[in-house]
Design a protein around this ligand. Structure first.
Ligand SMILES: NC(=O)c1ccc[n+]([C@@H]2O[C@H](COP(=O)([O-])OP(=O)(O)OC[C@H]3O[C@@H](n4cnc5c(N)ncnc54)[C@H](O)[C@@H]3O)[C@@H](O)[C@H]2O)c1
Length: 248
């Protein structure tokens, strides 16, 4: 058996136009999957799809919008007839501010995309996964969701929510052959970090025992495993990709 083989599997990767999502989509496509690059930035998603594989396609998706999530899933069902894998990757970091300075809008924006988006996209793929009696959902949380980071409370809370959502949904579908897992990366070198202040980056890097930033491909490798049948006895878990930062 070829390890982590995804031949003929279909996968939606949210926020896949760049960064970690792009690395995940590439990795799944290289393993044989047909992938949809679903992103708010359609132009970049198209370019990414073109680079990845001839049968990859781009979709406009705002994960925070229920109708948009449903439309994206419907488009994939029309194209493929089934959805084997959902990767909830789209996320934003928001403004780095202490709680006393956070606006309601700051809070809502981050929670809507990172947490509600994970709920909306997962909810939309469940009916086809239940009908086909098989599915794998992998969400990209963050080490911030386990440990908390100062001046990133809204982000950390959203990712803690993703971890708990993962555990709850996994239990809900434990007898449906739908596995639900997530990963919690520490600092990964992507465009997302462009909005993080230098001292915040230094603080977060200093917390990583391996002493370096992670690479998007290092996240993609773990996500690929969790999405594949090689992880058939793994559900409701949060895998660390944190260079040794997490102690549990
Ligand atoms: N980079 C890190 O250090 C790091 C660490 C831990 C977790 N993460 C998580 O990994 C995921 C990917 O992060 P990244 O570093 O690749 O970020 P990134 O900013 O490089 O890419 C995020 C992608 O998501 C898309 N996106 C944003 N809002 C969207 C929406 N509403 N609907 C659909 N797409 C949307 C963007 O257009 C972009 O293509 C995020 O959930 C992030 O929180 C990142």
């Amino acid at each position: 058996m070829i390890p982590n083989n995804l031949t003929n599997r279909t996968a939606i990767v949210t926020g896949a136009a760049q960064g970690i999502g792009k690395a995940i989509a590439s990795r799944l496509a290289n393993a044989g999957a047909r992938v949809a690059i679903a992103d708010l930035n359609l132009d970049m998603a198209r370019e990414t799809a073109r680079q990845i594989r001839a049968d990859a396609f781009a979709l406009l998706l705002d994960v925070a919008n229920a109708e948009s999530a449903q439309n994206a899933v419907d488009a994939c069902l029309n194209a493929w007839g089934r959805i084997d894998i959902l990767i909830n990757n789209a996320g934003i970091i928001g403004r780095g501010l202490p709680v006393k300075d956070l606006t309601e809008r700051d809070w809502d924006q981050v929670l809507d995309i990172n947490l509600k988006g994970t709920f909306l996209c997962s909810r939309a793929v469940l009916p086809p996964m239940l009908a086909q009696k098989k599915g794998a959902i992998v969400s990209v949380a963050s080490i911030a969701g386990k440990e908390g980071n100062p001046s990133m409370t809204h982000y950390a809370v959203s990712k803690a929510g993703v971890i708990c959502f993962t555990k709850s949904l996994a239990k809900e579908h434990i007898h449906d052959n739908i596995r639900v897992n997530c990963v919690s990366p520490a600092l990964i070198e992507t465009p997302l970090l462009a909005n993080v202040k230098a001292e915040q980056l230094e603080y977060m890097t200093s917390k990583i025992p391996l002493g370096r930033l992670g690479q998007p491909e290092e996240v993609a490798e773990v996500v690929h495993f969790l999405a594949s049948d090689d992880a058939s006895f793994v559900t409701g878990q949060c895998y660390d990709i944190s260079g040794g930062r997490a102690t549990y």
